[in-house]
Design a protein. Structure first.
Length: 214
């Protein structure tokens, strides 16, 4: 317990850093994932191409490489922002590709007759998607989206290697101070468990309320 009690402020700072990264990147991932999922099922060919390329590139790019590209590459083009913002961009964009595919799989569970009926009533693609298809698809994608956001919380540990304050990075000063590396990582793991279990509990509640009955 000495590792935690003697360095509680350090752990708290790292915990809050990871929590902020998780929250902001999750919001970005959900927004971009929704947009790209809409593109992938859009009747416009150019939009489908954009959505397909977005998913193909980001899903097949190692997250660490994406961090290098964003945190070290963008400043070379004159875009200078705090490293935490760059980390949110890298995490959010990367995760959005997986959110997109989860949403698209949910959209595919909705019978095509639903969309055809909506179009026969004169509804536009946006109205059909927002009022008919997505409300039904949402119920089916709660578990996979929750799992993806849990993975995002754990992936945020990579940000520590790029001078971003987060939970895993607390082991470095603790190791320099001579504390047991094992107990340092135990309390780091507890911090990640708190965040991931909170996300899991939230999505379990959502699934019980809106999920598809089995």
């Amino acid at each position: 317990m000495d590792v935690l009690t003697d360095n509680f402020s350090l752990y708290a700072k790292g915990f809050l850093g990871t929590l902020e990264l998780t929250v902001y990147a999750s919001v970005l991932a959900l927004v971009l994932g929704f947009v790209m999922a809409s593109f992938r099922v859009a009747p416009v060919g150019s939009l489908r191409v954009i959505g397909t390329v977005w998913v193909a590139v980001l899903r097949n790019t190692p997250l660490t490489l994406l961090f290098f590209a964003v945190l070290l590459g963008l400043p070379r083009f004159g875009l200078v922002l705090p490293f935490q913002v760059f980390a949110v961009l890298a995490l959010g964009c990367y995760t959005s590709a997986f959110i997109c595919e989860a949403l698209r799989s949910g959209i595919n569970t909705v019978p095509t007759g639903q969309g055809e009926a909506a179009r026969s009533l004169g509804m536009s693609f946006g109205q059909t998607l927002g009022s008919v298809v997505l409300p039904q698809a949402f119920r089916a994608v709660i578990p996979p989206v929750g799992s993806t956001l849990i993975a995002l919380a754990k992936n945020s540990a990579i940000a520590g290697a790029f001078s971003v304050t987060e939970l895993l990075g607390t082991y470095k000063p603790l190791n320099e101070l001579g504390y047991s590396i094992i107990w340092s990582f135990v309390w780091i793991a507890v911090g990640y468990l708190i965040i991931t279990l909170a996300i899991s509990a939230l999505f379990n509640l959502m699934e019980k309320r809106w999920g598809v009955a089995r």
